[in-house]
Design a protein around this ligand. Sequence first.
Ligand code: AMP
Ligand code: GLY
Length: 423
Amino acid sequence: MKILVIGSGGREHALVWKIRQSPRVSKIYCAPGNAGIADQAEPVALAADDVDGLCAFAEKERIGLTIVGPELPLSLGIVDLFESRGLRVFGPNRAAAQLESSKAFTKELLQQQSVPTAAFGVFHDPDEASRYIEKVGAPIVVKADGLAAGKGVLLCATQAEAQAAITTIMRERQFGAAGDQVVIEEFLRGDEASFLALTDGSHILPLASSQDHKQVFDGDQGPNTGGMGAYSPAPVVTPALTDQIVQGILTPVVQGLRQRNIVYKGVLYAGLMIHHGQAKVLEFNVRFGDPECQPLMLRLKSDLVEVMQAVVDERLDQVSLDWDDRAAVCVVLTAEGYPGSYEKGRAIAGLEQFADWQDGAIFHAGTKRQADALVTSGGRVLGVTATGTDIRQAIATTYQAVQRISWPGMHYRRDIGQRALAG
Ligand code: AMP
Ligand code: GLY
């Protein structure tokens, strides 16, 4: 069977790396991919949001299964389009993808299903939003309703900051139409955790636990990024918490969607705040996390393609997931200045040493080939990912590998995985 993977990040490289191990697969394409993916899958020069072009390509090449990495094509309805042409595709349809593309939709669903989440209000009118802030006070969180590349959530310590956030999002429209509505919610305290599961719209199959590090600097300092590193397993996600999340959060959400005639198929990623052993939903993502996907793929022993087929066919109850007992850690190497502005085109040195690396994999994100050189072409550049007998060992092996890679201005966090040791 031919596979098409859509996306160009470390997540998609990890998916391609894992899919290559499946005996069911004859050929893998990746659109648009990156320099590392191009060594393992045939690159297709189509952007991830070119849904018509991708559909035409899949029809022409008779792709047996398409796997959508990022949220944007999902929110544009790529799954609906593929299904209307009889093409098999892994990921939620447009209506289901609202769990990520509309925070107002999600909060209202959570409320109706009695799923624990921060108290909130939804507003179309900036003046009403301002009055609500005056009424409930600070600290408070202001969120643009739509997709804003992870930047549409403003944590406000004071009322003045919250009022400024309303101006930025609704009056100045800094996130465009994503800010036509805002969700204003209670500021929650606690430990953040991610929880990823597969679902076919009826059954829920949790993935191994994992956790990312969002801030750019050590000790969780500095601005949020897409993710500076991740590890699996994550001790904060205890078996008791797993039951609570599956029974009290994921099941009612998937059922609530069904009541709206929406069948959610794909990966459902819950961002949670844990306080006194109780999980509340911060947000959902409708795809694998990046970089959580990288350590997860290193640990997954089952055939990913077989499991994804079971999701598409709505028979997820017939499969199970087998995980390597070892731990895995991914350290993301970024360009100087990320998540702000940064330069591209810096030559990357050291990767030739990893041709026969047995302990893990170097997953590419923002890389490309220029003449004969491998150069940086994005903010997140590489995800060095390794396994170890436990988290401590995996951290050591990963950082030993990181030491062998360099380019001018390369940045990374030195404390990825430390949170797993602290608890
Ligand atoms: P979101 O994209 O909604 O997960 O928000 C991005 C980040 O903002 C989360 O990972 C949290 O660190 C933080 N955050 C979001 N909502 C809240 C909240 N209600 N209380 C405290 N922190 C929050
Ligand atoms: N690592 C967070 C995300 O993928 O959104």
